[in-house]
Design a protein around this ligand. Structure first.
Ligand code: DOR
Ligand code: ZN
Length: 341
């Protein structure tokens, strides 16, 4: 069995920086032509100049003979000004601004504690049509971690969409049925869905032993939410598109007293998405999700070349070099039924 798709793109990706790029860039460029690159470096990417410099470091890490187009983002810090938004929209390489509620996840300390403080910047984004890419979780410690996404919709995103109805929004890495319903109720929005949130639910992470390599944010939810995500991803509906949120951390940073959030999925992401779509009898919808809906949402051309997958099992390597350390690959040591040729 063989499946040829328009070459896909990854609409939500963490590449990290420096030596890590030698691992992450080829792993993504092997199957994806473009990727929306997250700005949560240390320090975060808050200027057009920093984003362009980061893009050059990414391209420097690209092996010769491979093609890859990194689509850059800015990190919404409270001091990000409307003039930086205008500069970003004029740049050919910046496609969005990422909102991290302060304290929500990895390197979000410089994020936004209160949206009222960045309203002028958001108004400028609505005016110029630059998308806001949202990590949709509240950070209030009194809110249970499994409820943080749903509460964010009620308390933050709903009011924001009412206040700025023309702001273009992507709700990133959705994990709940509540988010699927919210997105469908706002037809102008987009949403990305990771492969790990399609493959796993919270029992996989916590029942019979704790599996730190499945710990990510937003955290895996109960299986009924996973089922709603599968339904949305395989629906072919244009609002839902592929975003791996591949987020590598060294093994020692995951297997620790206070382990980091993130799954390194890039090396076999497309093969794993194919497996999920096939399991649910929806392989014919994979191309819309992986290759068409994303560029259509962002107003970018669809890729013109293709990738081909064949039904051939291989074992995913357990780990690989990551700078001077190692990173575990999602599903490492286990088989995957599709291979990219
Ligand atoms: O699991 C995650 N890892 N979720 C995020 O929101 C951030 C990411 C990271 O950068 O490690
Ligand atoms: Zn992310």
């Amino acid at each position: 069995m063989e499946l040829t798709l328009t070459r896909p793109d990854d609409w939500h990706l963490h590449l990290r920086d420096d030596a890590a790029l030698l691992t992450t860039v080829p792993d993504t460029a092997r199957t994806f032509h473009r990727a929306i690159v997250m700005p949560n470096l240390k320090p975060p990417v808050t200027t057009v100049e920093a984003a362009i410099g980061y893009r050059e470091r990414i391209l420097d890490a690209l092996p010769s003979g491979m093609s890859f187009d990194p689509l850059m983002t800015l990190y919404l810090a409270p001091e990000l000004s409307p003039s930086t938004i205008r500069e970003a929209v004029a740049s050919a390489h910046i496609q969005g601004v990422k909102l991290y509620p302060r304290g929500a996840t990895t390197n979000s300390d410089a994020g936004v504690a209160n949206l009222n403080g960045v309203m002028t910047t958001l108004e400028t984004m609505a005016e110029v049509g630059l998308p806001l890419l949202i990590h949709g979780e509240v950070t209030d410690r009194s809110i249970d971690i499994f409820d943080r996404e749903a509460v964010f919709l009620d308390k933050t995103l709903g009011p924001l969409m009412e206040r700025l109805p023309t702001l273009r929004v992507v709700l990133e890495h959705i994990t709940t049925e509540d988010s699927v319903d919210f997105v469908k109720a706002h037809p102008e929005m987009g949403a990305t869905i990771t492969v790990h949130h399609l493959m796993y639910e919270r029992n996989d992470m916590l029942a019979g032993g704790i599996r730190p390599h499945l710990y990510c944010l937003p955290i895996l939810k109960r299986s009924s939410h996973r089922d709603a995500l599968i339904e949305a991803a395989t629906s072919g509906e244009g609002q839902f598109f592929l975003g791996t949120d591949s987020a590598p951390h060294a093994i020692s940073d995951k297997e620790s007293d206070c382990g980091c959030a993130g799954c390194y999925t890039a090396p076999f992401a497309l093969e794993l998405y194919a497996e999920v779509f096939e399991t649910h009898g929806k392989l014919d919808r994979l191309e819309a999700f992986a290759s068409l809906n994303g560029p259509d949402f962002y107003g970018l051309p669809r890729n013109t070349d293709t990738v081909t997958l064949i039904k051939k099992e291989s074992i995913i390597p357990l780990a690989k070099a990551f700078g001077e350390k190692e990173v575990r690959i999602l599903r490492g040591g286990e088989p995957v039924t599709w291979s990219v040729i």
